[in-house]
Design a binder for this molecule. Structure first.
Ligand code: NAG
Ligand code: NAG
Ligand code: NAG
Ligand code: NAG
Ligand code: NAG
Length: 952
């Protein structure tokens, strides 16, 4: 490793979906539930869970952390302190991360219950002292970080309980006495101490009141060191010592060479000591194998390298950042034993032809981040070389002799150069090459690149190059290839047979413009395919032939398609035909409409399905029925308005459901209960409704002990507008229960009567009865109001399903109220609270000139909406006025309307309009609505007057 052990906050594996998913997919459904401020991720072990509360502006530790938590991440908050009750009972905790908070104080014994804790990270806070009882109870702690605090004082007893501690990080603090860290150096299991960037002015073993430390790695860089002295044999195990950037010149005093007999690595970059002092150091550190000497250019010039290379065990030399513009023939003359040489970041333009000649044992050579224009002649003939890194240079082309005699080379890195022409002859001696990276070069043709056989090449990375096409047989001489990366920004045509001969290929990333099955011939064992469909400026759209494109890839397990093109793609239902082993399918911006219901009939083993950022609106249960093994379903950034498809989708193995950023307004908890294995549900970013109809869902979120609704306590209310700015789970459930109880009473009374009558008349007069009732009610009401001469308060009453509320508020209100100036009556906004719903509906219909029914699948399934519809259509008959406007949000075939035969009749006769499909212009549509609203109330039989869309 490099210098990074110190002072760089290395965040734990970020909580990326894929990581979590892979965790999730290997476990039984288990206890996981919604926390107020945190998200829970189950681990492989059935009873253990990971909790993350990172980056949420918390000021104290949440009080609902489950007791079986294994890992707790509280990084990046505003937590001020840890008190004795905050972490009580978390005895299973192994990892506790509290970096980047505002803690200036931690209570004594605050961690006492954490008897299993192994990792405690408290970096980037403002602690000033480590108190005597701070770490009581942490018997099993192995790794402690206190970096980037303001610690000046450590109590001598603070570390006593930590007998298992192996690594302590104290860098970037304000310590200045070695005595402060004596208790740490005495810990029986200590391996690594990071004490750089403090204020220590000396490191003298005379100050250490003990005989032996188990320390192996000591970072002591960046201290204002005046003296480093080892006068007794206290560090017999010390292997690595970092004294870099200890400015200015310090005194090195090691009494006997034997004291540093284990020292293998010495970091002296940027350390300014005298030439003589350097010599002294190199003489006493006789066992050193690896030395870092960055930023010491001047000493190199006057011959320091001679003394460095006299160290008998030295094999690895790091000379980065020394401004060695040209490496001359003599500099490395004394270093014939070196096997690894790092000359990165030296602004080097040239290496003299003979400069590496003496290094005949060289195995690894790093020349990256320089200004080389060509592959240096000096590398030719390094027959033992295994790794050659020439990345981040200015190399423009490769010549036939550039890699002459590099017969042992395994890894060649050429990424980020300016190579435009690749000639196959360059690789002719690289018989052993296993990895070749030519990413991010302007190579414009692949043709004739691989003419000599690279029999052992495993990995070829040619991402981000400039070639426009791939031709038949381009890779035929690379028979062992297992991973091939060909992502590119250019439009790429791929000839049939391009991949002939790649029998061992497992992973392929490819940008392609037209995709047909013949381009995938020749690599029958491919398992992972990532397909990029690049953006194109012209009017062509991507082509997916009608033939199933992937039939020649029978063992594919993972397929990912990214589309960057705005144009829509015609995707045939047999897209996935032949992929019977497919386990993961990811499609980003690929589907431009809801996938065909047959799409997944070919992939029964699918466990993970992700369709992101597509225009998916209305999923059918049939789509999922073949997917009996589906465990993770990710549908973020779509336009879903309803989850009804889940009820019959039969997803009995589904664990993970991500519905972020859709248009769901109402969640029906009974639908979610139909998913028996669901433990993880994400509904963030949906415009949720907070009213009495939501209480079932709210209570389910809070009380169910199987499914965690991630971040549920942070979900905002979008509807009704009066609730905006409040949180869904803060909704006052009690106020609805009053109303509900009353409703229950009334409706059960009605039910009794109705059941009596209905059962009586069911066989004869089913529908007629219902209508008669409604008509009668409406008639009564109507005559009452007519007597009163009821004025029209509104231009239109909008009847819609709550799942379509987002559309109504986002699309309809701005157009009709905002631009066209109509007054609309909306259920949520304008209904009078306290009035019975039926009465409210009737009021609304009769005090509006027209009734607009927003018709969608949801609408047809909702009872109230069809009541509204029925009453409005009654008014139509009653008054012989054209009061009804039907807006079809979705394509609904006429035969599907048959249960709603009244509607069907109306559709045939009356005013209807269809919302344009995604991408089409909506202006014409709203103009048609305006005309419909403007028409007088005269009866117009059979007036198919507005046909802005197709006939349903
Ligand atoms: C060489 O040292 C630099 C720091 O001076 C470090 O970043 C780099 O990783 C080292 N290179 C190798 C190959 O160890
Ligand atoms: C610890 O802090 C929490 C809030 O962070 C508080 O509720 C509790 O009373 C405190 N306990 C003690 C012992 O101070
Ligand atoms: C090679 O370079 C080193 C330092 O860069 C210098 O001391 C030495 O004199 C040079 N040798 C020749 C032959 O130029
Ligand atoms: C390459 O190898 C050949 C034969 O082994 C040898 O004759 C030739 O001198 C070598 N070239 C270099 C530059 O090492
Ligand atoms: C490549 O295959 C496709 C689809 O099978 C076919 O239509 C096309 O003609 C083939 N192209 C060539 C050059 O063979």
């Amino acid at each position: 490793g490099g210098h990074t052990g110190c002072c760089i906050v290395v965040r734990e594996a970020s909580t990326s979906t894929n990581f979590l998913l892979s965790v999730l997919l290997h476990l039984n459904p288990l206890l996981a539930y919604s926390l107020k401020n945190c998200a829970v991720f189950p681990s492989y072990d059935v009873w253990d869970i990971f909790v993350t509360c990172a980056d949420r502006d918390l000021t104290s530790i949440p009080d609902d952390i489950p007791e079986n938590t294994l890992s707790l991440d509280l990084d990046t908050n505003q937590i001020l302190t840890v008190n004795r009750t905050d972490l009580r009972g978390l005895s299973k905790l192994l990892y506790l991360h509290m970096e980047c908070n505002a803690m200036s104080h931690i209570d004594d014994r605050a961690f006492e219950d954490l008897v299993h804790l192994r990792d405690l990270l408290l970096g980037s806070n403002t602690l000033t002292t480590v108190t005597e009882d701070m770490f009581q109870g942490l018997f099993r702690l192995e790794n402690l970080s206190l970096e980037k605090n303001q610690i000046q004082y450590i109590s001598p007893k603070a570390f006593q309980p930590l007998t298992r501690l192996q690594k302590v990080n104290l860098c970037y603090n304000r310590l200045h006495q070695l005595t402060e860290i004596v208790p740490i150096l005495q810990l029986p299991n200590l391996r690594e101490l990071v004490a750089g960037m403090n204020r220590f002015s000396s490191f003298e073993t005379d100050d250490l009141p003990f005989n032996k430390s188990s320390l192996k790695i000591l970072w002591f860089n960046g201290n204002p060191l005046r003296k480093f002295s080892v006068t007794k044999d206290v560090f017999p195990y010390l292997e690595f010592l970092d004294l870099s950037k200890c400015v200015p010149g310090f005194e090195w005093d090691v009494k006997e060479n034997n004291f540093l007999r284990s020292l293998k690595g010495l970091y002296l970059s940027g350390t300014e000591v005298s030439f003589e002092m350097y010599r002294t150091i190199f003489q006493s550190a006789f066992a050193v194998e690896y030395i870092w000497l960055s930023s010491i250019k001047e000493w190199l010039n006057i011959g320091l390298i001679k003394f460095v290379c006299q160290m008998p065990s030295l094999t690895r030399l790091n000379l980065t950042l020394n401004n060695i513009y040209t490496l001359n023939a003599t500099l490395l003359q004394p270093c014939s034993q070196i096997t690894e040489l790092v000359l990165s970041s030296n602004a080097m333009t040239n290496l003299s032809e003979k400069s590496l000649r003496p290094l005949n044992r060289l195995e690894e050579l790093y020349l990256d981040n320089n200004f080389l224009h060509r592959v240096p002649v000096a590398v030719r003939g390094l027959s033992k070389l295994i790794v050659l890194d020439l990345s981040f240079n200015d190399i423009g082309e490769l010549g036939c002799f550039d890699f002459l005699n590099l017969t042992s080379l395994l890894n060649l890195f050429l990424q980020r150069n300016r190579i435009s022409v690749l000639r196959g002859c360059a690789f002719k001696d690289l018989k052993e090459l296993t990895e070749l990276n030519i990413e991010s070069n302007p190579v414009y043709t692949m043709h004739d690149t691989f003419t000599v056989s690279l029999r052992k090449l495993f990995i070829l990375n040619m991402n981000m190059n400039g070639f426009q096409g791939l031709r038949k047989g381009d890779f035929k001489v690379l028979p062992s290839l297992q991973a091939l990366y060909l992502q590119s920004l250019m439009i790429c045509s791929v000839e049939n047979g391009t991949f002939y001969g790649l029998h061992h290929l497992i992973t392929l990333a490819l940008s392609a413009y037209t995709v047909n099955r013949d381009i995938f011939r020749g690599m029958p064992n491919l398992k992972n395919l990532t397909l990029y469909l690049p953006a194109s400026g012209n009017s062509l759209s991507h082509q997916f032939n009608e033939d199933p494109p992937f039939v020649f890839l029978p063992f594919l397990t993972s397929l990912t398609i990214y589309n960057s093109n705005k144009k829509s793609i015609v995707i045939s239902p047999n897209l996935l035909c032949g992929l019977q082993y497919l386990e993961e399918f990811t499609a980003v911006t690929f589907f431009t409409e809801t996938p065909h219901t047959d799409t997944f009939t070919y992939t029964p083993r699918l466990t993970s399905l992700q369709i992101t950022n597509s225009h998916v609106t209305n999923l059918k249960p049939e789509l999922f029925q073949p997917l009996t093994n589906l465990q993770a379903l990710d549908l973020p950034k779509n336009k879903l308005r309803s989850l009804n498809f889940l009820t019959r989708a039969n997803l009995s193995a589904l664990i993970w459901l991500n519905l972020r950023d859709n248009e769901l307004t109402m969640i029906n908890e009974t639908i979610l209960q139909s998913l028996p294995a669901l433990t993880y549900l994400d509904l963030s970013g949906n415009p949720l409704t907070c009213d009495c109809l939501s209480i079932g869902f709210i209570e389910w979120v809070k009380n169910n002990n199987q499914t965690q609704v991630v971040n549920a306590y942070q979900y905002d209310c979008y509807f009704p507008p009066s609730k905006q700015g409040t949180k869904l789970l803060d909704f006052d459930v009690q106020s609805c229960k009053m109303e509900l109880n009353f409703l229950c009473f009334i409706s059960s009374a009605c039910l009794v009567v109705l059941t009596l009558i209905t059962s009586f008349m069911y066989h004869f007069l089913r529908w007629q009865i219902v209508y008669a009732c409604c008509l009668f009610l409406a008639f009564l009401y109507d005559s009452r109001n007519r007597r009163k001469g009821f004025p029209h308060l509104y231009d239109a009453f909008i009847s819609y399903n709550v799942n379509d509320e987002a559309w109504v508020y986002r699309e309809m209100l701005p157009a009709l109220e905002g631009e066209q100036g109509w007054r609309l009556c909306l259920h949520h906004r304008d209904f009078q609270p306290g009035k019975p719903i039926i009465e409210n509906i009737m009021d609304a219909i009769y005090s509006s000139r027209k009734t607009i029914c927003v018709i969608s699948w949801n609408y047809l399934q909702s009872e109230w909406c069809s009541k509204e519809f029925q009453m409005a259509s009654f008014r139509l008959f009653d008054e012989q006025k054209d009061v009804l406007i039907l807006l079809f949000l979705e394509e609904i075939p006429a035969q599907q309307l048959s249960p709603y035969y009244r509607m069907r009749k109306l559709v045939k006769k009356r005013t209807y309009l269809s919302w344009p499909k995604a991408g089409q212009h909506t202006g014409v549509f709203w103009q048609s609505v305006r005309r419909a609203l403007e028409t007088e109330d005269a009866p117009e039989e059979d007036s198919n007057l507005l046909t802005a869309g197709r006939a349903p």
